[in-house]
Design a protein around this ligand. Structure first.
Ligand SMILES: Cc1cc2nc3c(=O)[nH]c(=O)nc-3n(C[C@H](O)[C@H](O)[C@H](O)COP(=O)(O)OP(=O)(O)OC[C@H]3O[C@@H](n4cnc5c(N)ncnc54)[C@H](O)[C@@H]3O)c2cc1C
Length: 448
């Protein structure tokens, strides 16, 4: 194949097909852009695919649907015969209702929505390095091309706009966007990151027997398992929840601390260790916990789910204080009231402390998705610009999808206006997102 055939032009390059990348690509495609989505793995969904069946949490701040693509996706699933999604209360403190769904039908529907929006999806394709235009660090720069890699080797994508939705921000970081790793207080040193997790389902569980007691963490059983050496000490709380299908239980319990999700070696080692602990836990559930005796394991994560790596530096850094005061930014793109969901850093445990007063919510500003110095780059999802407290709240999949939807929309508006992403009139963006159904918290919830 010649070099020219391995050179590809597109209006928008979306890097990463997680919930954020999905939102960005569908929104931009619907607004008429040619969109190429590159995804390093063989499936879309990101963490949603790596931990299949994980509920969409945070879709209902103050019990009102956030709207936009997550609402559309959920409604498409709920309208199937039989329904493939439903709203349920969350069993954890300070979380609002969440959406449970059939993970395979959700993936299929997401592929359908990408297809309908005309998005070119390239799976098993990794974005490797940006090529920059402008090298004066004091003035605006741009990404003129991104080298990608697939089974045929390297090739080049030349986009007008780029949205990094990779969860780790490799390309934005290589393009020079400053970042903090984990809970680092400065860009110059790495911080501690939340634990990574292997999840699985148990199928064939007697729900009535298993959930006879109200403790979502099965603390008494877990303590016994740890004391007898049957479970790893970090399994002193087992988070087990009813999954979408009757008789199936989602086990989001095996957390591995101290893993840098940007280090492939560390992720591989954690995945191996996670598999061991998941099988150990499944055996324990069958032997010791009521309702599980006849159940079997299914949907074991293909790799650990990584919660937190880089947080890129944007025009604005969302803070825990913004959350506590229920700040509604003029350029707010999505509402949220999730608690501070911090999970087992090197030191510390799990917390679900409320982020703000009950009945209130805050919004995530567009400026937290825009770098200072690169005029055709945005970022969405768990790499947004936020301090560790704010990050622990904003990172739910519905919010990530909405951040993507906002950036995809912003790409179309900026190209239409011929302006940089920093100069985009955010009132136009907010108006367009409202027209797409995002952020209408004043209306009653219509979903499932
Ligand atoms: C264990 C765990 C439990 C969680 N529980 C919940 C929950 O119950 N409810 C909830 O709503 N949220 C939950 N979260 C949070 C939520 O899942 C994530 O914050 C969210 O999915 C992040 O979405 P994202 O699109 O930003 O990133 P990701 O989902 O990480 O997606 C990034 C994608 O980019 C791809 N990629 C990376 N680098 C490249 C590259 N260079 N080129 C091409 N592709 C690339 C990756 O393969 C991946 O598919 C949980 C997270 C974890 C890890």
């Amino acid at each position: 194949m010649t070099d020219d055939q391995r050179r590809h032009q597109t209006d928008l390059l979306v890097i990463g097909g997680g919930t954020a990348g999905f939102g960005a690509a569908v929104a931009a495609g619907r607004l008429g852009l040619s969109v190429t989505l590159v995804e390093a793995s063989s499936k879309i969904g990101g963490v949603m695919a790596f931990c299949p069946g994980m509920p969409w949490g945070g879709a209902y701040p103050v019990d009102r649907i956030i709207g936009g693509l997550i609402e559309e996706l959920s409604q498409r699933l709920a309208a199937m015969d039989p329904p493939a999604a439903e709203k349920r209360p969350c069993t954890l403190e300070n979380f609002g209702p969440e959406i449970l769904y059939d993970p395979d039908l959700a993936t299929l529907t997401m592929f359908d929505m990408l297809d309908e929006a005309g998005v070119e999806v390239r799976l098993n394709t990794t974005a490797v390095a940006p090529q920059m235009r402008g090298d004066d660090p004091q003035s605006l720069q741009a990404i003129q091309a991104v080298t990608c890699f697939d089974r045929h080797g390297p090739f080049v994508i030349q986009p007008k706009m780029v949205i990094d939705c990779s969860g780790d921000g490799d390309i934005a970081a290589k393009a020079g966007v400053p970042y903090r790793l984990g809970d680092a207080s400065a860009t110059s040193k790495p911080g501690s990151m939340m634990a990574v997790t292997m999840s699985f389902h148990m199928i064939g569980v007697d729900w009535q027997a298993a959930f006879a007691e109200p403790d979502p963490y099965f603390t008494a059983y877990a303590a016994q398992g740890v004391a007898e050496g049957l479970l790893h000490p970090d399994l002193s709380q087992l988070y087990l929840m009813k999954a979408f299908h009757p008789g199936s239980v989602f086990c989001n319990s095996v957390h591995i601390r101290g893993v840098d999700g940007t280090d492939p070696g560390a992720v591989a080692a954690a995945t191996q260790e996670g598999r061991r602990r998941c099988h150990q836990l499944a055996r324990f559930l069958r032997q010791r916990v009521p309702g599980f005796a006849k159940a079997h394991m299914a949907l074991l994560s293909p790799t650990v789910g990584v919660r937190e790596t880089r947080k890129l530096q944007g025009l604005y850094r969302l803070t825990g204080q913004d959350l506590a005061t229920g700040t509604k930014f003029p350029d707010g793109v999505v509402a949220c009231d999730n608690p501070i969901d911090d999970v087992m850093r090197a030191e510390g445990d799990m917390t679900h402390q409320a982020a703000l007063a009950k009945g209130d919510y805050y919004t995530i500003p567009f400026r937290a998705l825009v770098p200072e110095r690169i005029d055709n780059l945005m970022f969405a999802g768990r790499i947004l610009s936020a301090d560790p407290v704010a990050f622990a709240s904003v990172r739910g999949m519905p919010q990530c999808m909405a951040m993507g939807q906002a950036c995809g929309t912003a790409a179309a508006l900026a190209l239409q206006a011929g302006c940089t992403v920093q100069d985009l009139a955010t009132n136009r963006l907010v108006a367009s997102l409202s027209a797409q159904g995002l952020n209408r918290l004043a209306e009653p919830s219509a979903l499932v």
